[in-house]
Design a protein around this ligand. Structure first.
Ligand code: HTL
Ligand code: MG
Length: 627
């Protein structure tokens, strides 16, 4: 009988014979592959953390001790071992388990997460709370080498090394973020890995043995270099310098070694970092060979795994445009915070490496570096996901907009994003960007309009945000930049004339509005492609000549596009009826964005319903439309 069949909880892991742990890890691995094949998911990261997961649940009680997984995308094994085995097929699916750890989903998930680099600060807070209450539980964080590039993680280490609460920090180092990891700390960690682990271990290890460390030094020879480094301050370890004890690196796929070191480390007072070396995609050949693609593939055939063709994405449309812009103007730069592939920048990074910057998972640094470039006359594009720009909000205000710098924010994944769910929804950027003086915000309806907006933004200067959704778009014809269309910044476009009312739509809701009104000659549709500045001239004209206006956005209603329209109408003392369609004041979980649009009434049926509510169409028309 497979071991996993007997394991339904962490207690069952503790009850296994030591020899069965290896089998459990292998079975977990197969299960993770099966689940990701079924519906897609964060395959390679979870595969690399399998032995660690088994070791942690062998030693700790995750219902009481706090296992804090950074990002949470590597936690599939953890979910399977903590009572969610039978639900694991539902992961990332509508109504199913979240793709990341979620404290409302399970008492075994210490943190609700999805964005990187939060684990250390959260764990510090938990450890301080524990000590203040004199509670008795352990705090362990598991942070990847990619997540450690984030300023939040480094600043938290600085505080942990100062406050020195008892905690274990497991650095799960697989040399990869989503793409190859970057930065000086990453380079330093490579030097730790290449130093021979056994060299001189005996000699230097014996110099400073004490009771706690005796077992460490006595452990199998392979571990001794790790011990040596602990005793040898001359190795100038940056974690030591920050006040955090450092042990490692050790082999993160060797369960015995993991158990041994974790057992030793937890006895120590204060914070200790255990550096484990793992392979992203471990145990699945294709994922080991191409961990970038298999980081988070869509569903695949587990027997014959091949890469899926994804169609022409908005990200690629942007990447192509950026290549052209940089080829024509040697002041153009593109900065990404660790999202080279997702932001469509593979070709750009190869063709213009001298003006390409991956700053790691450090959105704040991406924004302020762009400010520095712009201050010296360069033309930076910050390619960033809507959800991750949240991390650079202050930098957008303080470093870019205050001095009205020429920085273009190329915002991907605007709107609901699907399987990644609540942590990754790109539905706040209109609200937080349009509140900033000097900032301007646009959303194209197609790839050609994207180019027109990029071209105009370059020409006009100042902070400009151009946003587009996740997913595919019809490719635009190949054109030199000079032949890209010109667009009047701040101008809306009437796509369909109406007599009674207009639907003001933007980005993906433009096609919804056209679909909803195709058979309704009295209802017009506007491509409201600029949210700031609004085309107030057109808005007021339409308001004056219509019975009602309807705004439709794939964005929260609070502070979004409809709110901007309402403000403009109120300020102009225009008394037209206005209905706002958008996402209500609640967090939206993972699901199919199209279906969620329907649920929130921003799809074609919702627009149709709104027209009926405004008495602009009758019941009969409503029924016809929903057939
Ligand atoms: N920026 C922020 C603030 N959070 C996230 N989650 C991302 C970007 C995107 N992202 C991931 S997973 C990941 C990134 C950059 C790489 C993490 O590398 P790490 O872990 O070394 O920590 P590994 O994948 O196991 O190697 C997701 O959105 C899921
Ligand atoms: Mg990594």
């Amino acid at each position: 009988m497979p071991v996993l069949e007997r394991v339904n909880s962490p207690e069952d892991v503790k009850a296994l014979a030591q020899e069965e742990l290896r089998e459990l890890a292998d079975e977990l691995r197969s299960e993770i592959i099966r689940v990701c094949a079924l519906g897609g998911g964060h395959l390679a990261s979870s595969l690399g953390a399998v032995e660690l997961t088994v070791a942690l649940h062998r030693l700790y009680d995750s219902s009481k001790d706090r296992l804090v997984w950074d990002v949470g995308h590597q936690s599939y094994g953890h979910k399977i071992l903590t009572g969610r085995k039978d639900q694991i097929d539902s992961i990332r699916k509508p109504g199913g388990l979240a793709g990341f750890t979620s404290s409302s989903e399970s008492p075994h998930d210490a943190l609700t997460v999805g964005h990187a680099s939060t684990s250390l600060a959260a764990a510090l807070g938990m450890a301080l709370a524990r000590d203040a209450r004199k509670d008795n539980y352990e705090v362990v964080t598991i942070i990847g080498d990619g997540a450690l590039t984030g300023g939040m993680a480094l600043a938290a280490l600085n505080q942990i090394g100062h406050a020195k609460p008892q905690m274990t920090i497991i650095l799960n180092d697989n040399e990869m973020s989503i793409s190859e990891n970057v930065g000086a700390l990453n380079r330093y960690m490579r030097t730790l890995q290449v130093q021979p682990w056994f060299q001189n271990a005996e000699k230097s290890g014996k110099k400073a043995l004490n009771d706690v460390w005796k077992p460490l030094a006595d452990f199998a020879g392979r571990a001794k270099e790790a011990t040596r480094r602990f005793f040898d301050p001359a190795s100038a370890n940056p974690f030591h310098a920050m006040g955090v004890r450092y042990v490692g690196p050790i082999d993160g796929h060797d369960i015995e070694q993991l158990l041994y070191y974790l057992t030793q480390v937890r006895k120590l007072e204060g914070p200790t970092m255990l550096h484990i070396v793992t392979t992203k995609g471990k145990g699945y050949d294709i994922a080991e060979a191409d961990p970038i693609y298999w980081h988070g593939p869509p569903k695949f055939n587990a027997d014959k795994p091949i890469k899926a063709g994804k169609g022409h994405s908005w990200s690629q449309a942007f990447g192509k445009a950026a290549v052209q812009l940089a080829s024509e103007d040697d002041r153009v730069w593109v900065i990404t915070p660790a999202m080279r592939v997702g932001s469509g920048l593979v070709e750009y990074s190869e063709l213009h490496p001298e003006r390409y910057l991956d700053v790691g998972i450090a959105e704040d640094v991406a924004v302020t570096t762009a400010a520095g470039l712009a201050l010296r006359g360069e033309k930076p594009l910050v390619a960033i996901y809507s959800t991750f720009l949240q991390r650079g909000f202050d930098q957008v205000i303080h470093d870019v907009c205050l001095e009205n710098l020429d920085v273009i924010f190329a915002i991907d994944r605007a709107g609901l994003v699907g399987g990644d769910g609540a942590t990754h929804q790109g539905v706040y950027d209109l609200s937080y960007l349009r509140s900033i003086p000097n900032m301007s915000v646009a959303m194209p309806k197609d790839a050609l309009e994207l180019r027109a907006m990029l071209k105009a933004a370059m020409k006009i200067g100042g902070p400009k945000a151009i946003r587009w959704p996740r997913g595919t778009v019809e490719p635009a014809p190949e054109l030199a930049v000079s032949a890209w269309p010109d667009i009047n910044w701040g101008s809306w476009e009437i796509l369909k004339e109406g007599t009674d009312a207009y639907v003001l739509a933007m980005g993906p809701t433009v096609s919804y509005a056209l679909e909803a009104t195709r058979d309704l000659p009295n209802i017009g549709v506007v491509n409201a492609r600029f949210v700031k500045p609004l085309d107030s001239k057109m808005l007021l004209r339409l308001a004056g000549s219509s019975k009602a206006l309807i705004t439709v956005e794939d964005h929260v209603l609070a502070g979004g596009f409809g709110a901007a329209v309402a403000e403009a109408l109120i300020d102009a003392e225009q008394n037209v009826k206005l209905k706002r369609l958008g996402i209500p004041d609640r967090h939206v979980p993972h699901g199919d964005p199209k279906a969620q649009h329907e649920v929130f009434g921003i799809g074609p049926a919702g627009i149709r319903q709104a027209l009926k509510d405004l008495a602009l169409i009758d019941e009969l028309e409503l029924l016809e439309a929903s057939d």
